[in-house]
Ligand binder design. Structure first.
Ligand SMILES: Nc1ncnc2c1ncn2[C@@H]1O[C@H](COP(=O)(O)OP(=O)(O)OP(=O)(O)O)[C@@H](O)[C@H]1O
Ligand SMILES: [Mg+2]
Length: 1003
């Protein structure tokens, strides 16, 4: 029998495993006892740890025999790398494991970056990069208070497109060693944001995976799968290489995931090139082929309810593969986070009107093409939604109008219902205002991040949903059937709401949140103070985490103590000022614990009263707890001089001129009991909270359905408001291919003009019936482009389910809308302005069908007139004879109208300028005919070009030119000083304009 007096166990800095000191690093999976070991309580072997951490273990605590399999080893530090303190070494290893990420390591109240990451990103984030002294030498470090995480994530992820790996600290359950262990909990990328404050609540944050399948060229199969982690929405769609540009534009993903090149045909098929050209944020993700080929049933752990069998049957192989890549990528970015997504909704290529990215840009649907701002875009003008989630849905709708007449008619019926009944609309809107964003609340809940506040928000939303239903049922509605169809699926879990509201103490919760806020502020202040103290001699976080330390530096120890002490202080302070978040009646245990606490509190009051009397009516006596000395009796002022010996067992622990603190075993014992019960209450509150969360999870899909119904109601109200405010009319939709608009307007141009006190001239458009193509000529600035766009937008609005800006609108359903407007170049991608235009034009000619609606604005400009005309004619010919779709074709090539004369169904229309002497005005009315006058010089003069023109004008100009070259320029003091103008200058001081006429020009 051998007595093993002491075993030296080495704890490796980067792992949680032990090995015999003499053993090999890699042989630590087996620890075999050599013969029986005497387990004597008295025989306490010392267990030494390497470095500063040291603790004692009983033999019985050391694992015997075969050990359970351990997690994979962290890679050993490469040879020659110094022996860093544990925290730093952990960070070093994580940096090696996530080389493409910026690593943020939580250390107490800070997130820190080390080594080259600190040097590279510290300045980018405006942080001071300090040199931190460690036992292995100085290393660069930069950090910020944990409360500022969101701010820095925004800069790194959203503004600079970086990936950020967040390493959080967790209490280490093992005795001895570090107080905290650190794990990577998230890799934050542009597509994997969950509920960060900087996320725009009015927009979806889609993460999209794209895979390729069989087929060749533009018919090659493509699978799309996308999800929004903030709401749990999950979609799939099959498409082709030819259609992928438009489909991805409609989704508008924040990040696109492509399979690692070893499996995907992304590069060969040109998919990657297409996506890169559109400047999406692309991530290449390598996945095991077995994962890529998994079946849909492999998704069940991440989906909240069963996936519809029909959906699974219809899903194409590439879609499933895209889904597999998407889910695998999400899991690797959120390790350990249990995800509950909504079952995938399958979209098909024919469900929606296809609007590709250049059309989306050209029509300025979500943002303006020049400034890329939302102001001035169609969405901004039409958005009257009340809730954030309604606004998100509207954004998705406007990018993806539908093609089912029945569905559109239902949407229009709802709009009409609310438009006809303003009081109903107002009531519903004010109820909607009081709802919470339940899509996001539910997703937070399903990711185990939702707290009591989220539950309360959800409960109120449930109650309001009920009120909305009641209000809708309270009177005769214009289209009761459509309302019924929408709300038929709503099942309001009122009992759940009641249970939540009966359990959570809203007032207490509010107080609790306030306390937490101030605690966070305090923690941030402390963290900042720590940084200030640290300065040159920065506090070693590894040492701060240690329970015991062998460090010789006493001053360091003191600082560690003070840091930990302050951490505890903040915890204890909160506890003292505890606000309970649950009602006492939320559970039986909670009720009995609160009763117990009330009893103990009463005992404390009694003790206080008794002590006050015992030491001579010391009115200032209070029973307290302080972090430094624990439970004390505290007196102040005049009472300081009282004889504390009157209390048996009281010992003086500190005293000053104005205060005296006594320790009293009676109070210490009572105080500990009170603290114990408080802790139990807190634990029980969490149990109740978990129970409520679990209840919510049971109703997850019902609640999500309800939330989406509320969003649709919100949009219907929004369209109704818009229709009333902007005088919109209900469109009549049919399956034909004609587009008949009487008195059509352009919503955004009209809004802009109204701002200047001007009015918009409405125009008619009858294209697709007798005349399939309209060729529109006319002066610059006379409204051709506006006319083209307004008609495209009217079609989009109608198919979204909105009333439209016109007097009468009769629209044949459109499958794809194409616009070739504006000019842009993509020099980076080796594409000149003309080349971009030609690429876009070629795409239109390739894909437009007889159901499509094409607007072509000045195709062929930007090159020589002859070549330009040839290009324009070729396009017109192709659109007319091959595509046979509705076309509005604006051009300055007037000869085109001659060339197109032989086309039977081409109509020529034009805009005009009305002149009155020198004055002229643009007549934005579109009339039949051809206008061969561009009036370009008038426009150039209006733009202020004539001054430069005159300035550089050669002296012997033909008389025709000189007559035209008078100008109206803004009044500027220096103008008369130009000698060749001064003779004829007339200044209109009142208007601030001057007219300059040169006598040499003869008028
Ligand atoms: N129907 C209208 N009613 C009132 N103002 C209009 C109308 N159409 C256009 N405008 C105004 O005229 C401006 C120029 O219109 P637009 O760009 O459509 O002209 P255009 O004929 O396409 O000119 P260009 O040939 O130079 O491209 C618009 O920005 C708008 O302010
Ligand atoms: Mg134009």
């Amino acid at each position: 029998m051998r007595c093993l007096n002491s075993i030296i166990v080495r704890r490796y800095p980067t792992s949680h495993s032990y090995s015999m000191l003499s053993g090999n690093y890699y042989s630590r999976a087996l620890l075999i006892s050599h013969g029986p070991i005497i387990q004597k309580q008295t025989c306490l072997p010392k267990v030494f740890q390497r470095g500063k951490s040291k603790s004692t273990k009983k033999i019985s605590e050391i694992p015997q025999g075969l050990l359970a399999p351990l997690p994979p080893l962290e890679p050993p530090a490469p040879p020659g790398e110094p022996d860093y303190p544990t925290t730093i070494q952990q960070a070093r290893n994580n940096m090696r494991k996530f080389p493409h990420c910026v690593l943020l390591t939580r250390v107490g109240g800070f997130y820190e970056m080390y080594f080259e990451a600190a040097e590279e990103y510290g300045p980018l984030l405006g942080l001071k990069v300090a040199q931190k002294r460690t036992s292995a030498g100085s290393i660069a470090m930069a950090g910020f208070p944990f409360t500022a995480l969101d701010r820095f994530l925004k800069v790194l992820v959203q503004d600079h497109g970086k990936f950020v790996a967040v390493s959080e600290e967790y209490p280490n359950p093992e005795k001895g060693g570090l107080l905290f262990d650190r794990k990577i909990t998230r890799v934050v990328t542009p597509g994997t944001l969950i509920d960060e404050n900087f996320m725009d609540p009015g927009e979806s944050h889609y993460l999209l995976a794209v895979t390729t399948g069989s087929g060749t060229e533009s018919e090659k199969e493509v699978g799309l799968a996308w999800l929004d982690l903030s709401t749990g929405d999950f979609f799939t769609q099959g498409t082709t290489i030819g259609g992928v540009r438009a489909d991805v534009a409609r989704i508008g993903p924040r990040e696109v995931v492509l399979l690692g090149s070893e499996y995907s045909g992304a590069r060969e098929s040109g998919l990657e090139e297409i996506l890169r050209r559109e400047q999406y944020f692309i991530t290449i993700h390598s996945v095991d082929m077995r994962v890529v080929l998994r079946e849909v049933k492999g998704w069940k752990d991440m989906i909240e309810t069963k996936i519809n069998k029909a959906t699974v049957r219809e899903m194409r192989g590439v879609e499933v593969q895209a889904g597999n890549v998407l889910l695998d990528y999400t899991q690797t970015r959120l390790p350990g986070m249990a995800m509950r997504l909504q079952p995938p909704v399958r979209r098909t290529m024919t469900d929606a009107m296809i609007i590709d990215s250049s059309t989306m840009r050209g029509l300025e649907i979500t943002q303006t093409s020049r400034e890329r701002s939302r102001r001035g875009a169609l969405l901004n003008i039409i958005k009257k939604t009340t809730t954030q989630s309604g606004s998100r849905l509207l954004t998705n709708w406007i990018k993806s109008p539908i093609t089912s007449i029945t569905a559109i008619e239902h949407r229009l019926n709802l709009v009409e219902t609310f438009k006809n009944d303003t009081y109903l609309k107002q009531d519903i809107e004010s109820l909607l205002k009081r709802t919470h964003d339940s899509q996001r609340l539910l997703q937070r809940m399903s990711l185990a991040r939702g707290g009591a506040r989220d539950l309360v928000g959800l409960a109120h939303t449930i109650q309001i949903t009920q009120k909305i239903l009641e209000r809708l049922n309270s009177e005769e509605l214009t289209h009761a059937a459509s309302v019924e169809q929408l709300t038929g699926d709503v099942d309001v879990p009122l009992k759940l709401a009641k249970r939540i509201l009966n359990s959570i103490d809203e007032e207490g919760l509010l107080q609790h949140l306030r306390l937490r806020e101030s605690e966070e502020e305090m923690a941030a202040a402390l963290a900042e103070a720590d940084e200030a103290i640290a300065g040159a001699d920065y506090l070693d976080p590894a040492a701060a985490d240690a329970t015991t330390t062998t460090s010789s530096s006493t001053s360091k120890k003191t600082r560690i103590g003070s840091k930990v002490g302050r951490r505890m202080l903040s915890e204890k302070d909160t506890e003292r000022a505890e606000a309970w978040i649950m009602q006492k009646s939320a559970s039986e245990t909670l009720e009995s614990l609160h009763n117990k606490l009330d009893d103990l509190d009463q005992k404390r009051v009694d003790l206080e009263t008794e002590l006050t009397k015992r030491i001579g009516c010391a009115q200032s006596l209070t029973l307290r707890w302080t972090p430094r000395v624990g439970h004390i009796c505290h007196v102040k002022g005049r009472d300081v001089d009282l004889d504390h010996k009157a209390i048996a067992g009281a010992t003086r622990v500190s005293a000053s001129k104005s205060t005296l603190s006594l320790q009293l075993p009676e109070w210490t014992e009572l105080g500990i009991r009170i603290d114990g019960v408080r802790t139990q209450i807190r634990t029980e509150e969490q149990v109740v909270l978990q129970g409520l969360r679990a209840d919510v999870m049971k109703s997850l899909s019902t609640l999500r359905t309800n939330a989406s119904v509320l969003d649709r109601i919100d949009i219907a109200c929004s369209f109704a408001t818009l229709a009333r405010e902007q005088n919109h009319v209900r469109p009549l939709l049919n399956l034909g291919v004609s587009h008949k608009i009487v008195g059509g307007r352009h919503s955004t141009v009209e809004a802009g003009l109204q701002g200047q006190g001007r009015t918009f001239t409405p125009n008619n458009c009858f294209v697709g019936d007798r005349e399939r193509v309209w060729v529109i000529t006319g002066p610059n600035m006379a409204g051709k482009s506006t006319f083209l766009r307004q008609n495209a937008l009217i079609s989009i609005l109608a198919q979204v389910g909105s009333f439209v800006p016109a007097e009468v609108a009769e629209i044949g359903m459109v499958d794809r809308i194409f616009s070739r407007v504006g000019s842009a170049d993509n020099l980076f991608k080796d594409q000149s302005t003309f080349m971009v235009e030609m690429l876009e034009t070629a795409e239109i000619l390739k894909y437009a069908t007889p159901r499509s609606f094409v607007i072509m604005d000045e195709v062929g400009r930007g090159t020589t007139p002859k070549d330009g005309l040839a290009v324009a004619y070729a396009c017109l010919h192709h659109l007319y004879h091959i595509n046979q779709c509705r076309v509005l074709f604006a051009t300055h090539f007037h000869d085109l109208t001659n060339l197109a004369k032989s086309f039977e169904s081409v109509g020529c229309y034009c805009t005009d300028v009305t002149e009155d002497g020198e004055a002229f005005a643009f007549d934005h009315r579109v009339r039949p005919g051809v206008n061969r006058n561009s009036h370009a010089l008038k426009v150039a003069r209006l733009a202020g070009l004539s001054y430069l023109y005159l300035y550089y004008m050669p002296p012997n100009l033909p008389p025709k030119w000189s007559i035209r070259c008078y100008r109206v320029v803004p009044f500027l003091p220096f103008i008369p000083s130009f000698h060749h103008f001064s003779a004829g200058a007339e200044m209109h001081m009142l208007t601030g304009w001057c007219t300059i006429r040169d006598p040499r020009w003869g008028y």
